[in-house]
Write a new protein. Structure first.
Length: 273
């Protein structure tokens, strides 16, 4: 299964413009720094119900590593509950589980070492191909909300956090890679993130319909390092642009996710119980 780069272009622009270079790097980071903080539906201040439970199913198609050469396919299931505190504060808490494939490309390992006899590059024969990946964990968030007239609400500023525990073949493959032949391999299997978001939700005259947009920016709480090969290091971050449309109890979601050496499109549906 191959992903069309053109189809994912909006999510790829930031990583390619700001984080790639003429020199190819070997970056094996976990996808869950960007995957854990998916969108959480919350009732409006004007809704009669102040507490609601939601079930969400989504699929993520993306790329990782330098120039996004590795392909990522992840399905996520999630439950979360949202509640209004007082007249202007909303919050949520949820549990999530993910499973999918991380396809390490055939040219994932670059090298600057050459055989002195033949002058040919010395290739590192590391793990390649489809590797199973899975994760489970929890998320939580709070937002300050103000009404914008009778037809819109603005979640002015929100905080979101997540924790996830990763397992699977891709995690094992990252742990097996020596620092001496690659640039970065994330050997952690517990991932913590913290970020902020702002969101606008619009409600037309039809009370069963609403739509909106959320911008979320955050990062991992740990830094990836390689002290052997050039002391290379960075902190994984994410920028999520989410568009959503609700009809009665069902919300359709499309999210364009970007980060360092990561880009993806996520689509899914949330159902209010």
């Amino acid at each position: 299964m191959k992903i069309s780069t053109a189809a994912l272009l909006p999510a790829f622009i930031l990583p390619i413009l700001f984080l790639s270079s003429c020199t190819t790097r070997d970056i094996f980071r976990s996808p869950y720094t960007n995957q854990q903080n998916s969108y959480h539906v919350m009732p409006l201040l004007s809704d009669e119900k102040k507490t609601a439970n939601y079930l969400t199913a989504s699929a993520t198609l993306g790329g990782s590593n330098d120039y996004l050469t590795d392909e990522v396919y992840i399905f996520q299931g999630k439950w979360h509950v949202s509640h209004q505190f007082g007249s202007r504060i909303q919050g949520y808490f949820g549990l999530h589980g993910s499973a999918g494939l991380y396809d390490i490309s055939s040219n994932a390992y670059s090298t600057n070492d050459y055989d002195p006899a033949t002058g040919q590059p010395i290739e590192f024969n590391g793990p390649k191909g489809n590797k199973f990946t899975g994760s489970f964990g929890s998320t939580a968030g709070l937002a300050v909300v103000i009404p914008l007239g009778n037809r819109a609400e603005w979640r002015v500023f929100g905080l979101e956090s997540s924790i996830g525990r990763e397992w699977g073949d891709y995690y094992k493959a990252r742990r097996s890679l020596p620092d001496s032949v690659i640039d970065i391999a994330d050997r952690r299997n517990t991932h913590l993130t913290l970020g902020g978001f702002t969101e606008w939700v619009f409600k037309p005259r039809n009370p069963d319909i609403r739509f909106g947009y959320q911008l979320a920016i955050g990062s991992s709480l740990h830094r990836l390092r390689n002290d052997v090969n050039g002391f290379y290091n960075f902190t994984p971050f994410y920028i999520n642009n989410t568009f959503h449309f609700t009809v009665r109890r069902t919300t359709g979601i499309i999210r364009f996710a970007a980060g360092n050496y990561f880009g993806a499109v996520q689509t899914g549906f949330s159902y209010r119980l």
